[in-house]
Design a protein around this ligand. Structure first.
Ligand code: SF4
Ligand code: SF4
Length: 359
């Protein structure tokens, strides 16, 4: 084969190889772990078939990290954790050490620097969130700010093992895209159809794409003031906001009418149960920065009742399945309204149910 026929190797521009960042004990025992234990909140012990042991200490942060905080976290790794650090999918920081004697000095270094240790087993794990406020074009709230406010109030539940089982909370900053599915999810909820700036539509939006985006076929092309534009059938519109990303002149974010909603019971499938979809339990909550006290109070109320009433190892969806929804609303004293009953029949006639993605 001539040189010309040799295929050019691809330029690797994706994730770097993770092994170069892993603790040597983890590389040595990769795929050969015997069991793990939880010696104390925030600390995991993994034991390999070879007899090697590694302790992981999980550290919570304020979520949005500036460079100076990152340097401080890396200094802790250099001085107290064999020089290794990693981020979890919930943006905790984890340090790993290969001797038990290193665990307490590491925890002291973390807490002395103002961080917290916890988030393992039956605690409230770090809340995951979308970060649209920083980089996306359609957020209706600052989901990371909601997380910071809530975690400030739930810090005790992060540091202890008080819950019947682990609690994963998520927040998201728009209603349709990378929004969360969790034991408790705090999501944006638009309550008004988009307001159209007809002067801009013709210059900014590809109208067929916008029409195709609507899941309930509520958008039609229209001529307004002699210019090509769009119109929305407000009786059909479910205020999802899907038309806003491809057409910013269809403004749906609103300081007063974009609210927060709390959903519970979302869970991926696991060895024991099928996946469960989250269900709406509170809607129309004020989207109230900078501390979102109303949403936080509802989440705390749900957690308090779950903690008191659920049996050991019941996740929130297992608990509600056992006690039933009427009892859930009775115990949490959340108002049950007609909006909690899913009676929408429009899907049969108009729901755009194709899995094809259209741009
Ligand atoms: S949840 Fe919506 S607004 Fe937030 S980052 Fe994802 S797509 Fe953007
Ligand atoms: S995409 Fe959503 S918000 Fe836009 S018109 Fe359709 S239902 Fe209403």
């Amino acid at each position: 084969m001539s040189d010309n026929a040799t295929p050019r190797p691809p330029i690797e521009s994706g994730c770097p190889d993770g092994f170069q960042y892993m603790h040597p004990v983890m590389i040595k025992n990769f795929g050969n772990w015997a069991y793990h234990e939880d010696p104390q909140p925030g600390v995991l012990l993994h034991v390999a078939k070879s007899g090697d042991k590694i302790w992981t200490v999980r550290c919570g942060t304020q979520r949005i990290l500036d460079l100076f905080t990152l340097r401080k976290l890396c200094d802790i790794a250099d001085e107290n954790a064999d020089g290794y650090i990693r981020f979890t999918i919930r943006s905790n920081v984890e340090y790993m050490v290969d001797e038990e004697a290193k665990v307490e000095p590491l925890i002291k270094a973390i807490t002395d620097a103002g961080f917290i240790v916890g988030g393992t087993r039956n605690s409230v794990a770090m809340i995951s969130h979308t970060q649209g406020w920083l980089h996306c074009d359609i957020p209706g709230t600052d989901a990371s700010g909601v997380v910071k406010s809530m975690m400030d109030e739930l810090i005790g539940e992060f540091k202890e093992w008080n819950m019947p089982n682990r609690v994963h909370i998520t927040t998201s900053c728009c209603q349709i895209n990378c929004g969360g599915q969790g034991d408790i999810a705090i999501n944006i909820q638009h309550t008004k159809p988009p307001r159209i700036n007809h002067d801009l539509v013709a210059n900014v939006c590809e109208r067929p794409s916008v029409v195709a985006r609507c899941p309930v076929a509520a958008i039609r092309p229209a001529m307004v003031n002699g210019k090509p534009s769009l119109e929305v059938d407000e009786k059909k519109c479910i205020c999802c906001g899907a038309c806003f990303p491809p057409c910013p002149p269809m403004q749906i974010n609103d300081a007063e009418h974009s609210k927060l909603a709390v959903w519970i019971g979302g869970n991926h499938s696991n060895a024991r149960s099928k996946p469960s979809f989250q269900k709406l339990v509170a809607a129309g909550i004020p989207n109230n920065p900078p501390r979102w006290p109303e949403a936080t109070a509802i989440v705390k109320r749900i957690l308090k009742v779950y903690k008191e009433d659920a049996k050991d190892w019941e996740r929130i969806n297992d608990w509600v399945d056992r006690i039933g929804w009427p009892r859930f609303f009775e115990l949490t004293k959340l108002p049950f309204t007609k909006f909690h009953v899913d009676t929408w029949r429009g899907a049969r006639a108009s729901l755009n149910a194709s899995t094809h993605i259209r741009f």
